[in-house]
Design a protein around this ligand. Structure first.
Ligand SMILES: C[S@@+](CC[C@H](N)C(=O)[O-])C[C@H]1O[C@@H](n2cnc3c(N)ncnc32)[C@H](O)[C@@H]1O
Length: 433
């Protein structure tokens, strides 16, 4: 595989290409990397760059310079798969590396074009680029480090470049998990021991321990990766087991009424059914309905009895299975006491609200699961009815979830719709190719 690297700073690559596995791959003739300096395609009076059109500063590498460099390399090694690097490109991850390494393993010529200044003229990318890759949501001074990062990630997936293919298959992001922790000698370092089980010689136990640790690490730092990947039924169950247990409560007491006083609201059968079904879908253990009013409790209990012990069981078994997890309580404290009894510790309380309140330091977003999960305590989502939860309930909560909103100014969702969306944003699987 010939790799042409087109750059303004070839000297940045000379040591990089000699070192380590990339150096060895060249020695073994697995790859032939050739550095090409854009400057060599300008005569002594010409500049390599020219200013951008329109207001604002900035220079771009001239399109004719890129054209000459591309033509020279293609005459030498044949037509190339051309990769540009830019913040607006496709985000580099292990899936993209796998896809490109599978597609390009037999390719004779790959060209990496590293730009500088304000980047490339848009027409150069439009005409030449087979792929535009971004290293992430940040801006570097040039495309050289992205080109080197791409090469390191890409070449280790090309058969024969890395010696032991096992080490590739078990790496972080080769599946849904990041790698488990690894240890070497000495057995004790700064008072920290190599875990006993790793030295036990029992391979089944070691595998189990490593997988548990890998799941923990992934949940704590890479949940969005985990849920973007296909999971086997078995792994899904293990991941769920490692997550703190989640509960949900729908408050019909301690809520605000239209006139902003605190009061109660009426239960609705739709909220009981639909939130139970959503809660079941997303792996919530129990869904509590809180109402202090006896007649309202009677309505809820009648409905629960129909599905739990009555005709409902044979009428629709799925509905029965969802309703089985519903519990009826007088107030929030009763709910907390029940969870504490089951879990052996108090849950963390996450309030949900359609509005912003004053407690800004307690707001969390749908990227903050690890912040909540790191305490390893059960979690209770609190949903309000009427005009939202009373302030004294919000004040008791450890966290408040960012209100749901889209690209409109309207966000008056029914609580059952909000609950479904919130569960999905918090732990929904979100597959990515
Ligand atoms: C200073 S940057 C230009 C940034 C450009 N004006 C923008 O905001 O997208 C110059 C060059 O560095 C490279 N570069 C910078 N950040 C990058 C990233 N996150 N991923 C890939 N390439 C990057 C690209 O080749 C880019 O054209």
């Amino acid at each position: 595989m010939n790799i042409s690297i087109l750059t303004l700073f070839p000297e940045l690559y000379s040591e990089f290409l000699k070192a380590s596995i990339i150096g060895k791959a060249q020695d073994k003739n697995k790859i032939n990397a050739e550095l090409v300096n854009f400057i060599d395609f300008c005569n002594s009076k010409e500049r390599v760059d020219s200013p951008t059109f329109g207001p604002g500063p900035g220079m771009l590498i001239r399109p004719e310079v890129v054209e000459s460099a591309v033509t020279q390399q293609e005459q030498k090694f044949g037509s190339a798969f051309k990769i540009f690097f830019s913040p607006h490109g496709k985000k580099l991850d292990q899936n993209l590396l796998k896809e490109l390494s599978a597609k390009l393993a037999q390719e004779k010529h790959i060209m990496l074009l590293a730009s500088r200044y304000e980047g490339m003229d848009a027409r150069v990318e439009e005409y030449y680029a087979d792929e535009i890759i971004s290293l992430g949501d940040f801006v570097l001074m040039g495309g050289d480090l992205p080109a080197m990062c791409f090469l390191e990630g890409f070449l280790r997936l090309i058969p024969g470049v890395v010696g032991n293919s096992d080490s590739i298959e078990n790496d972080s992001f080769s599946g849904p998990l990041v790698d488990h922790p690894e240890y070497t000698s000495p057995l004790e370092f700064k008072g920290l021991q190599v875990p006993e089980v790793i030295r036990s010689g029992n391979h089944a136990l070691i595998h189990e321990y490593r997988q548990k640790k890998a799941i923990e690490r992934t949940l704590n730092g890479h949940f969005n990766w985990l849920r973007s990947q296909p999971l086997t039924k078995e792994l899904k169950a293990k991941v769920h087991k490692e997550m703190p247990t989640h509960y949900a409560v729908l408050m019909h007491g301690d809520i605000l009424l239209k006139d902003k006083t605190v009061g109660t609201s009426s239960v609705t059968s739709l909220d009981i059914h639909d939130i139970a079904r959503s809660a079941m879908t997303y792996g919530i253990k129990n869904y509590y309905i809180v109402t202090p009013l006896k007649d309202q409790q009677t309505i809820v209990q009648t409905l629960l009895d129909f599905w739990n012990i009555g005709h409902g069981i044979e009428y629709n078994i799925h509905r029965h299975n969802a309703i089985k997890m519903v519990r009826l309580n007088n107030n929030l404290d009763e709910v907390l006491a029940q969870i504490e009894k089951t879990e052996g510790q108090k849950p963390l309380l996450i309030a949900t609200s359609a509005k912003y309140h004053n407690n800004t330091e307690r707001y969390i977003t749908y990227f903050d699961q690890a912040k909540v999960w790191k305490s390893k305590r059960p979690v209770l989502f609190i949903f309000g009815t009427g005009h939202g939860l009373a302030d004294y309930i919000l004040d008791r909560c450890d966290f408040i979830l960012e209100p749901l909103h889209g690209f409109s100014e309207f966000n008056h969702l029914s609580v059952r719709s909000a609950a479904a969306v919130i569960f999905d944003k918090w732990f929904g699987v979100n597959l990515k190719k």
